[in-house]
Design a protein around this ligand. Structure first.
Ligand code: ADP
Ligand code: MG
Length: 609
């Protein structure tokens, strides 16, 4: 089995290594366990169920919310030589019946199905004629109304699963789930003691930026101009803004399409396809666009308006850089966005039940607004929001690059450590908050009743911002000058390295947010390094486009940009070398190996010799 999953990974998907979390999930599913996996967009969730589907006997059913997503996945699977199909409303009754019959005959290994199509009779019959070893629920957060994308049709899934006499393994995948949503998924789907995997939410290749442009349109134009030939999405909060921005871009000679719920089906489809097939590099859209768009080479996502919550923001922004290449996620903030959102949320419901939701949503908006206005590291803020601890400085967000500077923290570090030292001398241990309160000279009741006011370190950091003290304190923990443990709740003690500071008087520095006013950040470029063979990359893209047009699939279904880049680096001239390119498996090798290696050989002969 172990061999098998690696073989499939290489043969069908062209990858030599699993990414973080993938193998654990595959193992759990193959051992018959339910799974609940929370992994960020672009982490590679699909593989986690597609590989077991190829190993488990029978037909795996995948419930997925969006038609475009299914079509894409099925295209990609077919292109990799894996028999798959989908059932949704885009099929004619005839096609629908044919697909169902094919599934019953055992023609497919994976069947995607829209939640509103989980019709009892059809599927029941299917379940009787063949084995359904596993049901997968993609975008599983749609099942919870506490998520940001609730779909009532998802509630039918549990009943669907109960219908089979032998219960299939149930696997739920999502990119965004807070504790509450996670509980809902597990409870509503009746997951049985699921293997829970939450990988880090961090996406290292994404740059996060917050801008406060005087003039959003001009700033946007400048950005797009600097990123010609790059594919990107511009999210706006209203249809009207979408129309305006799209018109402005077009008038300035930038190729852009628009997408929102006010357009007719035909235009929406056309615009979406133009974007996916790289005919139009830029998409201007409301949040109606994007779910199920697995386009891998999106190199920027700009939010022209601030979204309603961090979940939506991170999901939308996360559509950038799925291929692992550097990409930008930039939010254009203006205080007015907060007002507009507040209005929209407050007017979204009128029943009693909804009132609770309105409060909940206003709370989420607050966190989004903090993001847009904080001076702290944006990445650590987002990760913290999802319950993950992260270094306070990532070096790849607009705050880290413009708001931080190196600070000598020798004296504050000495003060904090002495404070913990004094408390320990009294045979006591307290949590972070109490230590900070002592340093600040707080009149907190518990502090006074513990007699901590008489400590010599009481009030010695009174003039320093609490948040700053906490940041330094966390850094001291990270670097093991302090330790944090405890059985009931975490308490502080001196760490392994405390003497370096208090005895040896070593000096210490760290990156901290500047204390003065916020500077206007500049937008970074995410250019590829100078030594990259851009000329070959462009040629390979053209070659890929020709093949894609012939096969009538989006270009990235043939090869992702990341694969083309890898070719530019490795310059494969033989089949063997070509197989070593990331994203090249046996089927792709068979189909495209000759064409690409021929081109590369020619390139090497003419351009490099
Ligand atoms: P998700 O559903 O988690 O957002 P996808 O399943 O769409 O992510 O995968 C995102 C991208 O990562 C795809 O282009 C996929 O081919 C690629 N990918 C997945 N697993 C691997 C792997 N083990 N090695 C390299 N690339 C991978
Ligand atoms: Mg996915």
């Amino acid at each position: 089995m172990d061999q098998e999953k690696h073989r499939i990974l290489k043969t069908y998907f062209g990858f030599t290594q699993f990414r973080r979390g993938q193998e654990e999930i595959i193992d759990a599913l193959l051992s018959g366990k339910d799974v609940l996996a929370v992994m960020p967009t672009g982490a590679g969730k699909s593989l986690c169920y597609q590989i077991p589907a190829l190993i488990l006997e029978g037909l795996t059913v995948v419930v997925s919310p969006l038609i475009s997503l299914m079509k894409d996945q099925v295209n990609a699977l077919s292109d990799a030589g894996i028999p798959a199909a989908y059932l949704n409303s885009s099929l004619s009754p005839r096609e629908y019946a044919d697909t169902l019959a094919g599934a019953a005959r055992g023609d497919y290994r994976i069947l995607y199905i829209a939640p509103e199509r989980l019709r009892r009779e059809d599927m029941h019959r299917l379940g009787e004629s063949l084995r359904i070893p596993m049901v997968v629920i993609d975008e599983a957060h749609c099942i919870s109304q506490w998520g940001h994308d609730f779909r009532p049709s998802y509630l039918a899934i549990a009943e669907f699963i109960r219908m089979f006499s032998k219960r299939p393994i149930t696997a739920a995948f999502t990119a965004t789930a807070t504790g509450k949503v996670r509980e809902d998924i597990s409870r509503i789907l009746n997951l049985e003691d699921p293997f829970l995997l939450i990988t880090g939410f961090n996406r290292e290749n994404l740059y996060f930026g917050v801008e406060r442009p005087q003039d959003k349109t001009q700033t946007l134009l400048a950005y797009v101009k600097n990123h010609r030939n790059k594919s990107g999405i511009i999210y706006c909060s209203t249809r009207k803004t979408v129309d305006e921005i799209c018109r402005t871009l077009n008038a300035r000679g930038f190729s852009a399409a628009r997408y929102h719920a006010g357009l007719d089906d035909q235009e929406r489809h056309k615009n979406q396809d133009d974007f996916i097939y790289d005919r139009t590099p830029v998409m201007v859209a409301t949040n109606a666009f994007g779910m199920g768009i697995d386009k891998s080479n999106v190199s920027f996502v700009i939010h022209y308006n601030m979204p309603k919550n961090i979940e939506s923001y991170y999901q939308e922004a996360g559509r950038a850089g799925r291929d692992g290449e550097a990409a930008d996620c930039i939010l254009f903030y203006s205080p007015q966005d907060v007002q507009v959102n507040r209005f929209l949320i407050a007017n979204s419901g009128d029943t009693e039940r909804d009132e609770e939701l309105v409060d909940h949503n206003l709370g989420l908006l607050k966190y989004m607004t903090y993001y847009a206005t904080t001076n702290d590291c944006l990445r650590s803020y987002i990760l913290g929001y999802f319950g993950e601890s992260a270094p306070h400085f990532c070096g790849n967000c607009s705050n880290c690059t413009t708001q931080f500077e190196n600070n000598d923290i020798t004296i504050p570090a000495q003060k904090i450590l002495s404070c913990v030292y004094r408390i320990e001398q009294r045979g006591k241990r307290f949590g972070k908050l109490m230590v900070i309160n002592v340093l600040k000279g707080s009149k907190n009741e518990k502090l006074l009743s513990q007699g901590l006011k008489s400590l010599s370190t009481y009030g010695i950091m009174a003039e320093i911002d609490t948040h700053r003290i906490r940041t330094i304190l966390d850094y001291l923990i990270e670097k093991e000058y302090l330790a944090q443990d405890g059985t009931e709740y975490p308490v502080l003690s001196l760490g392994r390295r405390w003497e370096e500071i208090l005895r040896q008087k070593k000096s210490l520095s760290m990156m901290l947010p500047k204390e003065r006013e916020r500077k206007k950040p500049t937008i970074p470029a995410n250019e590829t390094p100078g030594d990259f063979r851009e000329d070959l990359f462009i040629q390979l893209k053209e070659l890929r486009n020709r093949l894609a047009q012939k096969a009538r699939v989006p270009a990235y279904i043939i090869f992702s940009d990341a694969s083309l880049r890898d070719m530019c680096r490795k310059l494969p001239e033989t089949s063997e070398q070509f197989l070593s390119v990331s994203g090249v498996g046996a089927v792709k090798m068979e189909k495209y190996g000759g064409i690409f290696t021929d081109h590369i050989k020619e390139y090497v002969k003419t351009s490099l010799s």
